[in-house]
Design a protein around this ligand. Structure first.
Ligand SMILES: C[S@@+](CC[C@H](N)C(=O)[O-])C[C@H]1O[C@@H](n2cnc3c(N)ncnc32)[C@H](O)[C@@H]1O
Length: 271
């Protein structure tokens, strides 16, 4: 199981993600890393490392006595990440469903920043991560909250429920699989983790216009946002969504809000 449609990513979207994520996923990711208490000498696995911005930051924290490995199924994004590689930082094409090649008990920290909702089946990756962690090792993740979808996703869902778009149902592989805080606690506990914190955090940001909001989502979803529509209908759908987004214009731009789940857990030391 790969869990996502890889076919829509392009060099342009991958480059775009590098730029557009700096103020979003990267910023939230740094908060996650701070709460995980990553320190010098730690061995860290970044699952779904994208273009590698956060892993590069973590490599600075673990220093030369530590190590960071980033894996991601999108070759175009791994290619960009690899330009950041150095003695304690490496990247490879990989997948949360193919972690069995990595040795048990080899990581102090594993994190998934803005990745968990791209995993349709979450039990097996969590079980594997539990195996990969040393006793006492930590897992951290940020992901969208199912019960507080962001405004753009809600508008998109509404627009796509109408004709002519409704005749082209989205594939489950191309849509995010969000969880609630309760579901997340159950998943982490079920995989053997002790949950330290699960928080639903406000996720508010502004985009200059609807086009920028959609471009951000297209880069973040590797082209899956509307990627299932035929080319001719896609631009029409973008226009429809843009029009509805205008209702949320404020002096700072189009206000987009939702909630993000932020979770920290550890593998009990006695395991
Ligand atoms: C929004 S990006 C986040 C990238 C990076 N973690 C960051 O903080 O910028 C989501 C990433 O999840 C990755 N992803 C999707 N499905 C995955 C899977 N099955 N295993 C590992 N990574 C996956 C995508 O390839 C993409 O790079």
């Amino acid at each position: 199981m790969s869990g996502l449609s890889l076919v829509f990513d392009t060099p342009q979207l991958a480059q775009d993600y590098e730029l557009r994520s700096a103020d979003r996923q990267f910023r939230h990711g740094k908060r996650l890393i701070a709460e995980l208490g990553v320190r010098a000498g730690d061995h860290v696995l970044d699952v779904g490392s994208g273009t590698g911005l956060l892993a590069e930051h973590v490599a600075g924290l673990v220093g030369l006595t530590g190590k960071v490995l980033g894996i991601d199924p999108l070759p175009l994004r791994v290619e960009i990440a690899q330009q950041k590689a150095k003695a304690n930082l490496s990247f490879q094409v990989g997948n949360a469903y193919a972690l069995d090649g990595l040795p048990s008990g080899s990581f102090d920290v594993v994190y998934l920043n803005a990745v968990f909702h791209w995993l349709p089946e979450k039990t097996e990756p969590l079980r594997q991560i539990h195996r990969l962690l040393k006793p006492g090792g930590r897992i951290g993740l940020t992901t969208g909250a199912k019960d507080h979808p962001n405004r753009l996703q809600a508008i998109k869902r509404e627009v796509l429920s109408r004709e002519p778009y409704a005749s082209y149902p989205e594939s489950r592989d191309g849509t995010p699989h969000w969880v609630t805080a309760v579901e997340l606690a159950g998943l982490l506990g079920g995989a053997g983790f002790t949950v330290q914190k699960i928080e639903a955090q406000e996720n508010v940001h502004h985009q200059p216009d609807g086009r920028a909001a959609i471009a951000f989502s297209q880069a973040s979803s590797f082209g899956n946002f509307l990627g299932h529509l035929p080319e001719s209908l896609r631009s029409q759908a973008i226009e429809d969504i843009q029009r509805e987004l205008e209702a949320f214009r404020t002096p700072e731009g189009i206000r987009l809000e939702g909630k993000r789940l932020f979770a920290i857990a550890h593998k009990p030391a006695s395991h």
